[in-house]
Design a protein around this ligand. Structure first.
Ligand code: PAF
Length: 271
């Protein structure tokens, strides 16, 4: 079955009106891979219907989309729709920025506070406010029973959970484990920018997280990762996953590196 593709909120509402029963929403920015397939599979298992949004949200990029990271973000909706056929998806919502933000950059945003300012938020100021704002819009448009996020973006997942609870937005937030390729790299849309050499260098990050899980102390793992060839380390931390405060006794190790111009994040639950 091929999903119905909708491009505007009005088309989306018309498609949703024809669905009876629970809806699971999988928000994505496209460039779909096996990590997304696992979110879709979980949503199809737990709901009567599945909606996947494919939208490269300018608000969550530095300079609100006026940057190379936004322009270079892989974008091929036809390929994504083909990827989703026969995966139990009823509706794809793939708007252009003008359909999502007809008045341009919104005046009113969701503000994520301290949790959105640390770690990823410190490296990408405003990023989580952009995520929270678009996720709120998507929840308001789709009104799903459940919404699905990957554990790979652990800070995003925690912020969305907190936002849904703080603002009584309604859906159950479901987390789906990280999908790793055979070499151990966490699946990410950005992996397609990696040359074979950069990819093998990027494996230093999952290795550092595995070493921490095996008992290597944080300082040693951080020093080894910082010294890895071709790797620029942004951060490697152990945090309390409920607050994202650095905590040597915490149960989540997470890190971000840049390899050959591509920024990658990964994490691992400890214990
Ligand atoms: O994780 C992503 O792909 C994005 O941050 C999301 C949740 C789809 C919001 O644009």
């Amino acid at each position: 079955m091929s999903p119905v593709v909708t491009r505007t909120p009005e088309e989306l509402r018309a498609a949703l009106a024809g669905l009876d029963g629970t809806v699971g929403l999988v928000p994505t920015m496209g460039a779909l891979h096996s990590g997304h397939a696992s979110l879709v599979a979980k949503a199809a298992e737990e709901n009567d219907h599945v909606v996947v949004s494919v939208f490269v949200n300018p608000l969550q990029f530095t300079d609100l989309g006026d940057c190379d990271d936004y322009r270079d973000y892989p974008h091929d909706v036809d390929k994504d729709v083909a990827f989703l056929s026969d995966k139990g998806v009823d509706v794809v919502f793939a708007p252009e920025a003008e359909a999502m933000y007809p008045q341009g950059v919104p005046e009113v945003w969701v503000r994520t506070g301290r949790m959105g300012e640390v770690l990823e938020g410190a490296w990408r100021p405003g990023h989580f406010d952009g995520v929270a704002t678009v996720v709120t819009k998507l929840l308001s448009l789709v009104r799903p029973a459940r919404v699905y996020f990957g554990q790979k973006d652990a800070q995003q997942l925690m912020i969305v959970r907190r936002m849904v609870s703080d603002l009584n937005l309604g859906p159950e937030v479901r987390a789906v484990p990280i999908v790793r390729a055979a070499d151990g790299l966490a699946e990410s849309s950005r992996n397609q920018h990696l040359s074979p050499e950069a990819r093998s260098r990027a494996l230093a990050l999952p290795r550092a997280l595995a070493a921490i899980a095996d008992g290597t102390d944080l300082e040693t793992a951080r020093a080894e990762l910082a010294a890895a060839e071709g790797v620029e380390l942004d951060y490697l931390e152990i945090v309390d996953p409920a607050t994202f405060t650095a905590d040597p006794e915490g149960t989540l190790a997470l890190g971000a590196i840049r390899v050959g111009g591509t920024r990658l994040i990964d994490n691992r639950l400890l214990g």
